[in-house]
Design a binder for this molecule. Structure first.
Ligand SMILES: [Zn+2]
Length: 156
């Protein structure tokens, strides 16, 4: 097997989408194992096995990326998991990397605002100007665009 460049630690930990998604749930705030599982199900529309979630949480904890506190939930004591400072930083890096990938994926469907030049993925604003449909990020940009295009009337 060719020896590729040493994978970063994070790639060993986050080997699949399920683990990635668990991190996004933790990133939003402290959660106990059960709520991670139910959040996961609600959003991904897929079951995640506790036998994946708990060992993963433990793994993260061993790496110092997650801590837990015991809190009473109803009758029982439950472990509330929370990202550490280091864990949050790692998530931020991971999400940025992911965002780059997503950006590549959606690039073909982006258009550029004719006024400010920002890239628009969804929504935006279109208006027919001089018989040509022109795309903007918002109506304010369209207004400014028209303002700029207006021929300057010579002052007499
Ligand atoms: Zn704009």
């Amino acid at each position: 097997m060719p020896n590729e460049s040493q994978p970063a630690n994070i790639d060993d930990l986050i080997s699949d989408f399920s683990r990635f998604y668990i991190l996004t749930i933790l990133y939003e705030g402290p959660a106990h194992g059960y709520s991670i599982i139910s959040q996961f199900k609600k959003r991904v529309k897929k079951e995640v096995s506790p036998s994946l979630v708990y060992p993963f949480l433990q793994q993260l904890e061993e790496k110092g990326l997650v801590t837990h506190t015991q809190k009473p939930v109803g009758e029982k004591e439950r472990k509330i998991f929370e990202l550490t400072e280091e864990g949050r930083e790692l998530c931020t890096c991971l999400f940025k990397r992911f965002a780059t990938l997503v950006a590549i994926a959606i690039e073909p469907s982006l258009y550029v605002c004719a006024h400010c030049g920002c890239k628009v993925y969804e929504g935006g604003y279109r208006e027919v100007i001089d018989g040509k449909e022109t795309a903007f990020c918002c109506m304010h940009c369209a207004a400014s665009y028209k303002e700029c295009k207006k021929p300057i009337k010579p002052t007499k």
